[in-house]
Structures are given as structure tokens and as C-alpha cells.
Design a protein around this ligand. Structure first.
Ligand SMILES: *Cc1c(COP(=O)(O)O)cnc(C)c1O
Length: 375
């Protein structure tokens, strides 16, 4: 640490940076793999890639990049407001929904206040909290999912934000509409409840609910959605929230003026209309998730029931089982996500891929598991 960097606030110096998966191209080079056959099931991306409507919108928007984007995202907000039946003033656009989570934290958290979220919850919640110099209060998980009663017991007079991921990443656990509503009834109305629904589009028909309709009843609710997962726009970075217009107004004050770029705005708008692509994505995921779950269970492994586009699987009982199997899979050209940084060192998170990619994972897995016998 230099005399310069030691003067940075301690809450910044203590942040453990987000650890993303290595780009596939990098691994191909490092491990001498065949780029044609490498399978990446590590970041919960849409295995179909971009939809045709988004592609066309991107090509069009690329012609006009000499101009700044629309700072208020007027057109995309109008479309989203129609879709959800809310006022455009209730919508906040983000550079990914990651940006939304940070804007919510920035608007409400400071040193001395705290946020509440679950053990095994999405890694961005502690980052966003620490970035504001606030404290993170982590609630022990219940069967790997969110224990909402324990959330209520943990919230104190300094709690300003609660993060609830539904479904949660990396566990895939799911809270029902009934559980969420019971929680909102009891949660203090002066605490912002951030309901992170990055995987909402993958919910089964009997799981579906529309939390954006609850905001009139619970003005302290903020619902966050992403274009990165089902809509296939992860590389463009675009997400949004629906909240009360008062909360949106606060978030608007702390965001950078052009936080969503022109291509992302255009692509997101087009993607919203691509009903066929979304349906195809949903069905592909539904089948792939069932196939992966059954295939992994057939190998004698524990798989958590997942409501998302990924599964969490326990690959061994040794404390480095996840890391060993991850490494062995990678050498065989299949990239998944180790989750030791989530406190789950015996587990791996595997994104649902195309049918051939899922089959490849299942074919390589027994070979990769064999490293545990040698360890
Ligand atoms: C992927 C993910 C997000 C953020 O995705 P963006 O690409 O920033 O929109 C948010 N929450 C959870 C739980 C996620 O898994």
C-alpha cells in the first residue's frame, strides 16, 4: 500500500472484488483447448445468444453512435411502463440490473446504516453495501434459500435496504408469491425492499406472479429485472427497476446521466417484442434444466431444485471438491462456475446450455468426478 492508496477509505480498501469467470478465449489459450469444442456453462447467459429482433435493432442503432444516448431512455421506459401498467416515472434504467442494485444502495445507504440479505445470496449485495461504507447483515440461509422470518428479526433501526433475490443466484431457490407478500406485510415501511428478479422469465406457470403490481400497496418495494439472462443481452448491460416514483426520483439523482448506451436501449426495446424468442428460451431452459438435474442425480449427486437457468450441484464432501471438479471439467473443455466465494466450496453452479452442451457436461462429469478419488 502506498502513501496514496492508504488514504482511500477503509471501507473501499476492504472490498473483496467481484470474481467473474475467465473469458473462454483466455482458457482456450491457457489450457490449449480446441475453441470449437469448448462449452461455457458458467455465467447464466442465454445459450441461444441474441434474438433476431435485437440483432436488427443493434445494427440500426450502431449507425448513430456519434450521438449521446437518450439520457432518460424515453422510448424504452414508455414500452416498459405499458407492459407493467405503471407510470414511466416509476421506471429506472440501469447499465445491467447490477447498476440498479448499486443505485438503490447509493440512494439509501451510508456509513452507520446497514443492508440485510441472505447467506448464499447474489455476490453484488455485499459489494454494493460496502461501496457505500454501510454494514452488511447476513441472514443464515434456510435449506439454502432465504429465511424471510429471520430477515424480519434481523432488520433493525439502521436497516435501510433489504435485498431479496427470487429466484436466487447461485442456489436457484424460490420464494412463492404468498411468502413474499407475507414478508412485505410485516417489513417496516421505511426500509427499501429490493426484489431482484433477474431470472423471473424462467419461472414455471404455477410459480409466476407480478410484483410490479404490488408497489401501490407497498411503496417501499423496488422490483429489479434484467435483460442479461432470458433476453440474451448480457454483453450490452441493461436492466431496469419498477418502484414508486419517489424512489425512482432518488435513484435518478445518483446515476450517471448516460448510464445506458444507445445500442442497449434499442436492443432492449426490440427484445421485449420478441415473444417467440422468449418462448423458445423458456422451453429450452425448462427441458435442459430437467435433463441436467436428472442426469446429475443419476450420478449420485445432490442437486438443488432450481427455478432459474442454472443448477447448483454438490460434487463432493471434501472442502476443495468444487475447485477440483471445476478444474477437471475445465481441462476437458467444459467451463462451469465454482462457488467457493459464496461459501459453497463443495458445490458447482452449472448454467443450462443447448441440448448438446448439456449432454457434453453430463458425459464429462463422471471423468471429472474421478479426480476426487485421486485427491
Ligand atoms: C445476473 C444477475 C443479476 C445482474 O445481471 P445484470 O447483467 O447486471 O443485469 C442480478 N441479480 C442476480 C441474482 C443475478 O444472478
Amino acid at each position: 500500500m502506498s502513501i496514496l492508496t492508504e488514504k482511500a477509505p477503509s471501507f473501499v480498501r476492504e472490498i473483496a472484488p467481484y470474481r467473474a469467470g475467465k473469458p473462454a478465449a483466455e482458457l482456450v489459450r491457457e489450457l490449449g483447448l480446441n475453441p470449437e469444442t469448448v462449452v461455457k456453462l458458467a455465467s447464466n447467459e442465454n445459450p441461444l445468444g441474441l434474438g433476431e429482433k435485437a440483432k436488427a435493432a443493434i445494427a440500426q442503432a450502431a449507425l448513430d453512435l456519434g450521438r449521446y444516448p437518450d439520457a432518460n431512455g424515453f422510448s424504452l421506459k414508455r414500452k416498459l411502463s405499458e407492459r407493467h401498467g405503471v407510470a414511466a416515472e416509476q421506471i429506472t434504467l440501469g447499465n445491467g440490473s447490477n447498476d440498479i442494485l448499486e443505485l438503490a444502495a447509493k440512494a439509501f445507504l451510508k456509513a452507520g446504516s446497514n443492508s440485510v440479505f441472505s447467506q448464499y445470496a447474489f455476490a453484488v449485495y455485499p459489494l454494493a453495501t460496502q461501496g457505500c461504507g454501510a454494514q452488511a447483515k447476513v441472514v443464515p440461509a434456510l435449506n439454502y434459500g432465504h429465511d424471510l422470518d429471520a430477515f424480519l428479526a434481523t432488520i433493525d433501526e439502521n436497516t435501510r435496504v433489504v435485498f431479496v433475490a427470487n429466484p436466487n443466484n447461485p442456489t436457484g431457490t424460490f420464494l412463492t408469491e404468498k411468502q413474499l407478500l407475507a414478508f412485505l406485510e410485516k417489513a417496516p415501511s421505511d426500509v427499501l425492499i429490493v426484489l431482484d428478479e433477474a431470472y423471473n422469465e424462467f419461472l414455471e406457470t404455477d410459480q409466476q406472479y407480478d410484483a410490479t403490481q404490488w408497489i401501490t400497496r407497498f411503496p417501499n418495494l423496488l422490483v429489479s429485472r434484467s435483460f442479461s439472462k432470458a433476453y440474451g443481452l448480457a454483453g450490452l448491460r441493461v436492466g431496469y427497476s419498477v418502484s414508486s416514483s419517489e424512489v425512482a426520483d432518488l435513484m435518478n439523482r445518483v446515476r450517471q446521466p448516460f448510464n445506458v448506451n444507445s445500442i442497449a436501449l434499442a436492443a432492449a426495446e426490440a427484445a421485449l417484442d420478441d415473444v417467440a424468442f422468449l418462448k423458445k428460451t423458456f422451453e429450452l431452459n425448462r427441458e435442459g434444466r430437467a435433463l441436467l438435474t436428472q442426469g446429475l442425480q443419476a450420478l449420485g449427486l445432490e442437486v438443488l431444485p432450481s427455478a432459474g437457468n442454472f443448477v447448483l450441484v454438490k460434487v463432493g464432501t471434501a472442502d476443495n471438491a468444487g475447485a477440483l471438479v471445476f478444474d477437471a471439467l475445465q481441462r476437458r473443455g467444459v467451463i462451469v462456475r465454482p462457488v467457493g466465494n459464496y461459501g459453497l466450496p463443495q458445490w458447482l453452479r452449472i448454467s443450462v446450455g443447448l441440448p448438446a452442451e448439456n449432454a457434453r457436461l453430463l458425459a464429462e462429469m463422471p471423468h471429472a468426478l474421478a479426480v476426487l478419488d485421486q485427491a
